[in-house]
Design a protein around this ligand. Structure first.
Ligand SMILES: [Zn+2]
Length: 151
């Protein structure tokens, strides 16, 4: 699903990480999800966390400090809970994206994955321009081969 490189973080991966910031319990969870190194995650997210901090919107740790604070935490509940949620969010996103790339109709993706109506369309923002072009090509392909649309 998500390709990660330790040196180059793609815009869509960064967008995903920023998106997950409010739900992940620690930066290490983001490492586990993205396959990036902790130093990379920390470096890439630092500007976003700084902005959140300025806006008073920095995610909070269960212990009362800013989340992602160093040296461990007394609040083990906060650490045990969120990662599973984040992983499932990411898993679903991966499913939607692969179906988008396959050229599936938005309504079919919503139905197949049990999403709310018109959800799949919103995932287009996670696609790179190349992936969007690939989807467009698949959609044209599908529309010109009606016999292969239904499964
Ligand atoms: Zn804490």
């Amino acid at each position: 699903m998500i390709m990660a490189d330790s040196r180059v973080v793609s815009p869509e991966l960064l967008a995903t990480m920023v998106d997950l910031l409010p739900t992940v319990g620690s930066l290490r969870d983001l490492c586990a999800i993205t396959g990036l190194r902790l130093g990379t995650v920390r470096r890439e997210l630092a500007p976003f966390l700084a902005i959140m901090k300025l806006q008073g919107a920095h995610p909070q740790c269960g212990c009362g400090k800013d989340r992602f604070h160093p040296y461990g935490c007394v609040d083990s509940v906060a650490k045990a809970g969120p990662p599973k949620v984040a992983a499932s969010i990411l898993e679903r996103r991966g499913s939607v994206i692969s179906m988008l790339l396959a050229g599936d109709r938005f309504v079919d993706i919503d139905n197949a994955l049990g999403l709310y109506p018109k959800s799949a369309r919103k995932y287009l923002r996670f696609l790179t321009p190349e992936q969007l072009a690939e989807r467009d090509r698949k959609v044209v392909e599908r529309q010109s081969n009606p016999s292969e649309t239904s499964k």
